[in-house]
Design a protein. Structure first.
Length: 203
């Protein structure tokens, strides 16, 4: 579905660009006719054609430069967000895998989360930022076993959003699949979650 939407968006963009070039060429011809009105028709036609060619060439270069700059900005954002995501995932998994032994590191973990939040605000995609906010709120209010388990699934949604921002489609990754990589009873958690009927609709 995303591939089809991407093709449609590309086709629309190409049509708009072609339409824009045609409009620029038409305006150039009209202006050229007004400028060279009364001049020998042969000379006038040649001058108008040359003017149209120059204007279209300039417009093409300008549009090309715009998209080059846009691609450069996207590349810069991507190169900046990857280390931020890596640091976030490493911190979260380190805390989870240590379990109770990490209780003494709670302050350090909280400090890491505070430090990384500004970087996420600056570089993360909208989806990742939203899931990060939801996960932070879920662990803040988690006081019961059910709320703690719900926070784990919020974490999984955050990890899925990060993977998608990396470029992974994630169409076959189901709820519980990522949790199963680092939580041994992920299937039991998933069963209890579905039994409670607390599954959050996809955003």
């Amino acid at each position: 579905m995303r591939f089809i939407k991407g093709i449609g968006a590309f086709a629309l963009l190409a049509a708009l660009l072609l339409g824009g070039v045609e409009v620029v060429a038409l305006l150039a011809r009209r202006i050229g006719r007004q400028i060279f009105h009364g001049v020998n028709p042969t000379v006038s036609a040649a001058a108008v054609a040359a003017m149209s060619t120059v204007v279209v060439a300039v417009a093409t270069v300008v549009v090309g430069r715009y998209y080059e700059r846009r691609a450069a900005v996207e590349t810069e954002i991507r190169s900046s967000k990857i280390p931020v995501y890596s640091q976030l995932v490493e911190s979260l998994l380190r805390m989870l895998l240590r379990g109770e032994a990490a209780a003494g590191d709670a302050d350090q973990f909280a400090q890491e989360l505070r430090e990384i939040t500004p970087q996420l605000i600056a570089w993360a995609s909208d989806d990742v930022l939203i899931e990060w906010s939801r996960f932070k709120r879920s662990i803040t209010v988690a006081s019961t076993e059910a709320e703690t388990e719900a926070a784990l699934f919020e974490l999984e949604k955050l990890l899925i959003a990060i993977r998608r921002d990396y470029g992974h489609k994630g169409q076959v990754v189901k709820e519980g699949d990522l949790l199963g990589l680092f939580i041994t009873d992920a299937q039991e958690l998933l069963g209890r979650r579905r039994a409670r009927g607390t599954r959050r609709p996809a955003a």
